[in-house]
Write a protein that binds this ligand. Sequence first.
Ligand SMILES: NC(=O)C1=CN([C@@H]2O[C@H](COP(=O)(O)OP(=O)(O)OC[C@H]3O[C@@H](n4cnc5c(N)ncnc54)[C@H](OP(=O)(O)O)[C@@H]3O)[C@@H](O)[C@H]2O)C=CC1
Ligand SMILES: CC(C)(CO)C(=O)C(=O)O
Length: 306
Amino acid sequence: MAPNTTLWPILGAGSMGCLLACMTPQPASFLLRPGQSAPNHIIYTNDQREHQVTLGSLPDRHPPLSHLILACKTYDTQAALEPWLPIIAPDCQILCLQNGMGHEERILPLLPKAQILYASMTHGAYRLAPFSVFHAGQGQLLFGNGHPTPSTPWQQLCSEQWAIHWRADIHTLLWHKLAVNAVINPLTALSGETNGQLLQQPRLQAWLLPLCREIESVLITLSIPLPQQGLQQLVGQVAQATSANRSSMLQDRQAKRRTEVDAILGHLLRQGQLHGLQLPTCSWLAQQLQILPAGKFLTPWPLPPG
Ligand SMILES: NC(=O)C1=CN([C@@H]2O[C@H](COP(=O)(O)OP(=O)(O)OC[C@H]3O[C@@H](n4cnc5c(N)ncnc54)[C@H](OP(=O)(O)O)[C@@H]3O)[C@@H](O)[C@H]2O)C=CC1
Ligand SMILES: CC(C)(CO)C(=O)C(=O)O
């Protein structure tokens, strides 16, 4: 079925969903929770300007959705998709903006023929109010599905203005992002420290080498090229570049929200188990993230296991 490119359906009207709705070349249309309705525009704000972006809406009778942007948290994927299954084409192309990996495990049980597209999103955004988004960090959206070039409608989404680019090597990029997140996010989320403190505090620094070694062992086993400079070096660069940031996982814990640990460390641990790898450091951190009450931090900060 030819994708309908006059509308961009987005499932999840949070920070990322609203930001994407400002970036699509034709109007976006939100798929909301049953019973909710969207206004006819959203408000985009950044440091310099504020403006309204018109939203579209799906007509009462329309062909099954041939493409969809998924912008809910990883753990909400199934519940969010379920009510919309009757209007989604079985072979729908679904662009996942979500952090972490394991999108297939969440989507394919509901839509076995869906075609998944992967994204590495470094634009930062938060909601000022429902349907009002603040674009906090100008980053880029790199996406792809392993093919060298995008097909319809995805080539229309590519944009210099918004730094949205198709990448043939998206899987390697995603693994490198996952690897960095699997180090920075749990260490900061459990210690309560900013990203930069990982390079400042010797007790936190002591975790970097064992953790990076374990994660590199997963990449090597899966034949994913290692970051050129080595994982620990890459983690150091990202922590330095985002030194004042509180990681998304730390923010989730401070706000007493569920974290996306399962899509990050959980995915690594499942891959490790599948391939008979021992990942004691990853495993310990994932366990602590499950048991430590929200808003509480590990004090004194421990030495790595083993
Ligand atoms: N924010 C950022 O800067 C970045 C976020 N990401 C990733 O993007 C993904 C989304 O994050 P973000 O936008 O921040 O999250 P938000 O919590 O802001 O948005 C998630 C949205 O999903 C909606 N939702 C949840 N369950 C359902 C459901 N059953 N049906 C319909 N809608 C539902 C929520 O609705 P409701 O509001 O009603 O709960 C909310 O609007 C995450 O994986 C995150 O890691 C990646 C890079 C940067
Ligand atoms: C790169 C990093 C660690 C920046 O904070 C991030 O992606 C996150 O917080 O999830």
